[in-house]
Design a protein around this ligand. Sequence first.
Ligand code: UD1
Ligand code: UDP
Length: 354
Amino acid sequence: MKLCSIIGARPQFIKAAAVSREIAQQPNMKEIIVHTGQHFDANMSQIFFEQMQIPKPDYNLAINSLSHGAMTGRMIEKIEEVLLKEKPDWVMVYGDTNSTIAGSLAAKKLNIKVAHVEAGLRSYNRKMPEEINRILTDKISDLLLCPTDQAVKNLKDEGIGKHSLAKIVKCGDVMHDAALFYAKMARKPLIDLPANFILATVHRAENTDDPQRLNSIFKALEIVSNETPVVLPLHPRTRKIIVQQQIETRGLLLIDPVGYLEMIYLLQHCQLVMTDSGGLQKEAFFFRKPCVTLRDETEWVELVENGFNKVVGSNFDKIITEYKTMKNKKMNYDIDLYGNGTASENIITEILKL
Ligand code: UD1
Ligand code: UDP
C-alpha cells in the first residue's frame, strides 16, 4: 500500500513524526512525504525533521507567505501533480491548516482515499480559517481519525458518514504519542532560564491580526511578568506584527521558536502555560501543568470541563485573574482524555483494514 502524507506547518511535523514512525514498521506500506513548504524557517521546519527523525520529504513544494486563496490554490495544483505521478492508495492529512484542505481537496478530485488525522475538532467559530479547513476536510474524508469522544460526537451531530461510506473511528491523540515518546529526550534551551516561569505562546490569527486583542494580551503578560517570569518562544507571524505595531514587550523573555525537544523541557519545567495554540493546550495537560487559553473558545473542551484549562480570550482583567487562580491550582491529572499513546498504531491498523 502506498500512502502519501501531506504536511506543511509546525504542528503537522510533530503529529506526522509519531505516525511516520509507525508506518516505517509496516512491511507492506510505503510512505511518500509531501511538505507543502507552508512553514519554512529552519526553526519552524527543518529542526523538527532532524530532532524527531522524520524521513526527509520526497517533495517540498515551497509554497508559503501568501493569502489564503493563493496559498491553498497553488498547493492544490502542485499536490495534484505529485498525486498524479505517485498514484498513492491513500492520502493522509493532519489537523486544520491550509496544507490540510489543499491535500484533501487535491486527493478527492482524483478519487484518492483521504484519511484525516485529528478529525472532528470544532470551535464553532467560523471566523477561524482553521474551522473552515477542518469542516471541509471532514466532509470529504473517507477515514475520520478522531482523538476524542467529543470529536466523534461532533462528526455524528453533523451527519458525517450518514450518506457516504466514510468511517469515523476514535484513535486517541497522536500528540500524546509524541509527548510520551520524546519526553525522555527533552533538551534545555540555550538560554538563562528563570525558575518557576510561565511558558507562553501567541500566534493565532484572531489575536495577531486584531491590534486591540494583541495589545491587551501583551499588556496582561507584562503585568504577569512583574510577579512571575514569562518565557515566550515567538512565532514569526507574531514577531513581524509586534515590530510593525511597536507593541511593548519589555518584561517578557522573548526567544526564537525552539525545537520540540526544547519545548518539552520548557513544558516540564514551567509552572503554568498561557497560550492560544491548539497543541500546547493538550501538552500542558500531558506534562501536568495548568493552562490559561488566550482565545474565546477551544476545540479541546474536555480540558476545560475537567478544570485543567481556563479559556479567557484577550480580556486584560480575565487574563490576570485566571493567571492568579490557575497558577496555584493543584489537580489530579490521572484521567485518560487522549488515549494511552497508541493513537498512531490505531490509525495504521484502521487504514490497513480498509
Ligand atoms: C498556520 C496555520 C495555523 C497553525 C499554525 C501553526 C493556516 C491557515 N494556519 O498559521 O492553523 O496554528 O500554522 O504554527 O494554515 N512565517 C515565517 N516563517 C515560517 C512560517 C511562517 O516567516 O517558517 C510567516 C509567513 O511568512 C506568514 C506568517 O508567518 O507571513 C503566517 O504564516 P502562515 O503559514 O500563513 O500561517 P500561521 O500563522 O503560521
Ligand atoms: N512548538 C515548538 N516550538 C515552539 C512553539 C511550539 O516545538 O517554539 C510546538 C508545541 O510544543 C506543539 C506545536 O508546536 O507541539 C504547536 O504548534 P503551534 O502552536 O504552532 O500550532 P497549533 O497547535 O496552534 O496549530
